[in-house]
Design a protein around this ligand. Structure first.
Ligand code: SF4
Ligand code: SF4
Length: 247
C-alpha cells in the first residue's frame, strides 16, 4: 500500500502548492496511524469516553491519515509582532479551515472510486460549546500518526513547529503506520528553559499548571468580534508564536 500512501501525500502537497489564498504555507507534514493503535483506546481514558475511536467513525477503519499545514513565516511573524491578534493570523485560520475541507473532499473524490471507505472530520467547530469537549481531536490524531509531541502550550509541536493547522481522515485501507519519534519538541519539557507561551498568553488561561479552556475560549470569542468581516474567527495563537512556532 506504499503507492496509496504516496498518492495521498501527493494529493495533499498539490492542494497546498496550488492555493490561491492570501495565506501561504510551508511544506505540509503527513503521517499515518493504524486505526487499531492502542493509543486510540487509551484516549477514551485520558481525554474522556466522549472521544471517538476511529472505528466508531468508520466501522471498517484501518488507517487514520493526519496532516499539518504549517503557516508561512510571514504569518507567524505578523502575529508575533502585533500586540493584538494579527489580521494575517485570523485570515490564515479561516482560509486554512476551508483548505482542510477542500483536502478532505479531494481525498474522498480520489479514494472512494478505488473502493476505499472514507470519513472526514472538520478542522474545528466540532466541540461542545458548554464544556468545550470535542469528540474528535485532529491534534491527537497527528500525535498518534507520529507528527509531533505536545508542548506546555497544549499544541502539537511538529518538526515544522506548531504554527499551522491539523486535519485528519479515516479510511478503510491499510497503510503502514508512521513511526513516533522520541524527540521532545517543547523547550520547557526538554530543559525548563522556555515559558514563552505562558508569558505571552494575554488572559492567563495558559499556565504551567494547565489550560483554563473556558477562559481561553472567552478570549477567542472576543477576537472573533474584532474581525466581523471574516466569518467565525475564534482564534488567538499568541501561545503558538514562540520558539516552537516554526522549526
Ligand atoms: S513556547 Fe516554549 S515552553 Fe511553550 S510550548 Fe513552545 S517551546 Fe514549549
Ligand atoms: S489561544 Fe490565546 S488565550 Fe488561549 S491559551 Fe493560547 S494564548 Fe492564551
Amino acid at each position: 500500500m506504499q503507492m496509496l500512501a504516496e498518492k495521498i501525500i501527493d494529493l495533499i502537497n498539490r492542494q497546498v502548492e496550488n492555493v490561491t489564498t492570501i495565506t501561504q504555507y510551508r511544506k505540509p507534514l503527513i503521517g499515518f496511524a493504524s486505526a487499531h493503535d492502542p493509543l486510540f483506546e487509551q484516549m477514551k481514558e485520558i481525554v474522556g469516553p466522549h472521544h471517538l475511536h476511529p472505528t466508531e467513525l468508520l466501522p471498517s477503519a484501518e488507517t487514520v491519515i493526519a496532516f499539518f499545514l504549517p503557516f508561512a513565516e510571514t504569518i507567524v511573524n505578523a502575529n508575533r509582532k502585533s500586540p493584538e491578534v494579527a489580521r494575517e493570523w485570523a485570515v490564515a485560520y479561516i482560509e486554512t479551515n476551508a483548505l482542510i475541507k477542500r483536502i478532505s473532499s479531494e481525498l474522498m473524490n480520489e479514494l472512494i472510486p478505488l473502493g476505499i471507505n472514507v470519513v472526514t472530520q472538520p478542522a474545528t467547530h466540532n466541540f461542545n460549546e458548554q464544556d468545550l469537549t470535542a469528540s474528535w481531536s485532529n491534534k491527537s490524531m497527528a500525535y498518534v500518526a507520529g507528527l509531533g509531541t505536545f508542548g506546555i502550550n497544549h499544541l502539537l509541536i511538529t518538526k515544522a513547529g506548531c504554527a499551522g493547522r491539523f486535519g485528519s481522515t479515516v479510511i478503510s485501507a491499510k497503510i503502514p503506520a508512521s513511526p513516533r519519534g522520541s524527540t521532545e519538541n517543547c523547550l520547557y519539557l526538554k530543559d525548563s528553559k522556555c515559558q514563552f507561551c505562558v508569558k505571552n498568553c494575554p488572559t492567563g488561561a495558559l499556565t504551567l499548571k494547565g489550560l483554563d479552556k473556558q477562559r481561553c475560549y472567552t478570549e477567542l470569542l472576543d477576537v472573533d468580534k474584532r474581525f466581523p468581516d471574516l466569518g467565525l474567527c475564534d482564534v488567538c495563537g499568541k501561545c503558538s508564536v514562540g520558539p516552537c512556532a516554526s522549526l
